[in-house]
Design a protein around this ligand. Structure first.
Ligand code: FAD
Ligand code: FES
Ligand code: FES
Length: 464
């Protein structure tokens, strides 16, 4: 079956494009749509922003550099060329950028146009904060962001809503050389993984996409989880929320905001909207990076990873999921099906802190996640996890032991921070030195104390 999608209103059927071709290369080289720019080719600059929308979904901005062409199957795709026809009035978003003098060299401008176009379709209230968040994944080297934000604010709800046609999706695409499987059901996914244990499992592709965009390597065989019904479900009962492994951050956010606002705040800082519209918690976990943001939170919250293989399902406590640097307990024929997150009880204090060089769109140097119970001023339980401090995200048992049974005071927090030297001997790399990591991790305990004992105190440098 061909890859079918609508591109700027025209139905496209592709039969012989390599499944390893990025959408950015496809648009620029195959379709000659050069308005979509290549800046970084790794999801960091937003110059390649386009929008995608399924018949049932909303308009989402994504980075074309990180996507593979078969990921467009069934989508309606809009590039900057599709917003207004030549010799017609500019689209309101384009006009707003002109009116606000929000471009100079113009290289970044199509990306900003597309990010703001998607923003105007979300229906959220237009505030400086939401405009900032909407364009946090777009870099401009010359104009300065103030006029661009002004343009975003001026847009209000001018843009019209568009519902694209339903396009039949295919569950297999090949160019004769490489295979792209897009199963719909869990049992098909598991069978495919058993048959092709070496195939790449692709969720959003915001980590895996780098293989095509940066390393320029073909994939051979890809099994996409994006269309698997079971992996796209979010189920909630009294005690927990079960996130299917293919649920992206944008979908997970409103629920996380309800059950663990501090976790949600951290997720809001994962990449950009472009990244969160595709990236999944499942991908973050399976990527098994020591600096992945969600793992410390899931460990501190006692989440459970649900794996599925030919022999059925098994539950793995989050703190037992990671075995070594970028390694997990999943066997070659297993996939991650879901993540079960217990709903914190009202007396559980949960906080997650991300330390990175920039507030937005940056990878962490250190992540600390803390789940404490304090009764009558005394810490009665503490489950603490860190990322960026070891080869895997991990619990901090000595730190937790230094808190339990002690009054929840600044001295106890300092003692807990000092105990981290027993838990971790971090590495020096280009993100942070060993000394910095140790000190900042220890200081996070003091932040936690301040944050949980003094109302309204600012513990985070905010974007605005
Ligand atoms: C610009 C940019 C900024 C980023 N910022 C952050 C950040 O701030 N914090 C952060 O933590 N991460 C960040 N990331 C990394 C990435 O976005 C996240 O790790 C994301 O959660 C990956 O999810 P995905 O769905 O895109 O995974 P994919 O790229 O599709 O897959 C990642 C890995 O998981 C495997 N996998 C995926 N799903 C399954 C499954 N169901 N079963 C088995 N294996 C599976 C894949 O085979 C692959 O090895 C950033 C990435 C970019 C490009
Ligand atoms: S080219 Fe920079 S985000 Fe894609
Ligand atoms: S206008 Fe030059 S990079 Fe933004």
């Amino acid at each position: 079956m061909p890859v079918r999608f609508q591109l700027n209103g025209v139905l496209i059927e592709e039969n012989d494009v390599s499944p390893s071709m990025t959408v950015l290369d496809y648009l620029r080289e195959t379709k000659g749509l050069k308005g979509t720019k290549e800046g970084c080719a790794e999801g960091d600059c937003g110059a390649c922003s386009i929008t995608i929308q399924s018949a049932l979904g909303r308009v989402k901005t994504v980075n074309a550099c990180l996507m593979l062409v078969p990921q467009l199957d069934g989508m309606s795709v809009v590039t900057v060329e599709g917003l207004s026809a030549p010799d017609t009035d500019m689209h309101p978003v384009q006009q707003a950028l002109v009116d606000n003098h929000a471009a100079q060299c113009g290289f970044c401008t199509p990306g900003f146009v597309m990010a703001l176009y998607a923003y105007t379709q979300t229906g959220e209230s237009v505030t400086p904060e939401s405009v900032h968040e909407a364009i946090a994944g777009n870099l401009c080297r010359c104009t300065g962001y103030r006029p661009i934000v002004d343009a975003g604010i001026s847009l209000g709800s001018k843009a019209e809503k568009v519902i694209p046609p339903a396009i039949e999706q295919s569950d297999y695409y090949t160019d004769g050389d490489e295979d792209f499987f897009a199963p719909r059901r869990l049992e098909q996914l598991v069978a495919l993984k058993s048959e092709h244990p070496e195939a790449f499992v692709l969720a959003g592709g915001t980590d895996l996409g780098m293989r095509a965009s940066k390393e320029r390597q073909p994939y051979g065989q890809v099994i996409s989880t994006a269309n698997v019904t079971e992996l796209n479900q979010i189920e909630r009962d009294q005690d927990s929320v079960r996130f299917g492994a293919a649920v992206n951050y944008t979908r997970a956010l409103p629920i996380l905001e309800e059950i663990a606002p501090s976790f949600a705040q951290l997720v809001r800082r994962i990449g950009s909207r472009q990244i969160r519209n595709l990236g999944t918690i499942g991908g973050n976990i399976c990527n098994a990076s020591p600096i992945g943001d969600t793992a410390p939170c899931l460990i501190a919250l006692s989440a459970v990873m649900i794996a599925r293989g030919p022999n059925g399902q098994r539950d793995i406590p989050a703190d037992e999921f990671f075995t070594d640097y970028r390694k997990t307990v999943l066997s070659a024929d297993e996939i991650l099906e879901a993540i079960r997150v217990p709903i914190p009880s009202p007396d559980l204090i949960f906080r997650a802190y991300k330390i990175s060089k920039r507030f937005d769109q940056d990878i962490s140097a250190v992540i600390g996640a803390f789940a404490l119970k304090v009764e009558a001023g005394v810490v009665v339980s503490a489950r603490i996890a860190f990322g960026g401090m070891a080869a895997t995200p991990a619990r901090a048992p000595a730190c937790a032991a230094a808190l339990i049974g002690q009054p929840w005071s600044l001295d106890t927090a300092i003692a807990g921070g000092a105990a981290l030297t027993e838990d971790f001997t971090p590495l020096t790399d280009f993100r942070a030195s060993q000394d910095y990591r140790s000190r900042v991790a220890g200081n996070l305990l003091q932040r936690l104390h301040l944050d949980t004992t003094q109302d309204g105190v600012a513990v985070e440098v905010m974007a605005l």
